[in-house]
Design a protein around this ligand. Sequence first.
Ligand code: HEM
Length: 456
Amino acid sequence: MSVDLTNDRPLDWDSAALDADTKEMLNNLQPNILRAHVRDHLCVLFVRFNDIPEGRRFLRTVAVTWMKSTRRHLEEVREFARSGRRGAPYVGIGLSKAGYRDLGHSVEQVRRFGDAAFRDGMKRRAAALGDPAVAAWEPCYQRELHAVVLIGDARREPVEALREEILDTLPDSARVLGEERGQGMRNPAGDGIEHFGYVDGRSQPLFLADEVAREPREHWNPAFPLGSVLVADPLAPDPRRHYGSYFVYRKLEQDVRTFKEIEQELADDLGLTGRDRERAGAMLVGRFKDGTPLTAKGAPGGGPVSNDFTFGGDDGTKCPFAGHIRKTNPRSSGREVLMARRGQTYGDRADLPWDDAPPHIRPSGGVGLLFMAFNSSVTGQFEFTQISWANQPDFEIPATGHDPVIGQGRRDLKVTYPKLWNKPEMSLPRRQVPETVTMKGGEYFFMPSLAYLRAL
Ligand code: HEM
């Protein structure tokens, strides 16, 4: 037997009826994959090893000393809900293909990773992804990264303390090639937002029965099979019971000032007035700033952020086909493409991202998204989303344009926008909005099972 990855009945993780293999999977799976771990404060370390035994010993020590399992994480979440007692910080480890190789795994062993994109590494995929040339990436990402270590918590102090301890354990032969700091941002309603000011992280594939049960699901089923994010860990002691996940990491800088200018120009061009001006940005993102889906309502506001919708019956006169959330999840076919996004915003700013302040006070660089996502297939999920959807002006309807937020490549095609919400009158064709998100570097990693790390 092994764990059933195809069943889309959500996992009742605490049920006494759970089979032994699934229990073993949960006891050996890193947290933050099946359910997001709090990581409002996040430290991301990129490490390179230069000595096989020392590198292995470091990873084993981190795993044994500080890493919890998915099961432990879920128990902590339940405990926090009951008593308010906080759990331990999150520690996650991912290894790149080069990392596995330089930790002494043979070519034959590395080939057991089924994903071609992971085996290539992100640098070799840059051209296909439409990314800037590797020579233009930030220096740290131009190097060969072996491992990523994530340290996250709701508060800053535990992250700082643990970072020190983990760095103290790092052998002299290893190097920290780079470090990023993520810092969550929230709007006044308490919802997590990204730097353009929009609620982010709302739509996710859900795997656990308690999470699914909390969601209204009349139109959209948020329950996904474990196979959307899990694969057998090919180098674990028992790959039938020990699982891991491919982890995509990309540093995406956001030019907030230009994005805010674009929102205003688009609203002016379409003659939008009053509160309807907010529809300009919503047509680019697919949701209003407060998270209200544009396909469901022509104006923001009203209750918790909905995720119970599809684009059925919306011919692009409510939400344009190119709108970021429609491109990246058309909610018709392609369910199997959806990843578990676990990104975090980076960069400090003095202004308030959600307010109506003029564009010139907004940052034009130095802030953005540390995009992170778990996949069971980098090729079939992240790369498919970026290449075949976001960068593709003819998806899902011909000549509708690139994803205005993350689409890469020449945006030659002209596009139209609905002048009014849910009315057939379209604008004259106008140039697509310019790119405001710039990829600064990244890598594909595999987050192995704890059983693998402990056995190193
Ligand atoms: C700086 C870059 C990015 C920004 C500012 C951004 C912003 C957002 C926002 C505001 C949402 C709506 C919140 C939600 O529905 O959860 C969203 C959703 C989403 N984004 Fe992004 N995003 C970025 C990068 C990416 C990338 C690189 C991908 C994948 C290639 C991606 C894929 C998605 C997906 C799949 C959704 C959920 C769509 C749904 O299920 O409705 N995003 N993003």
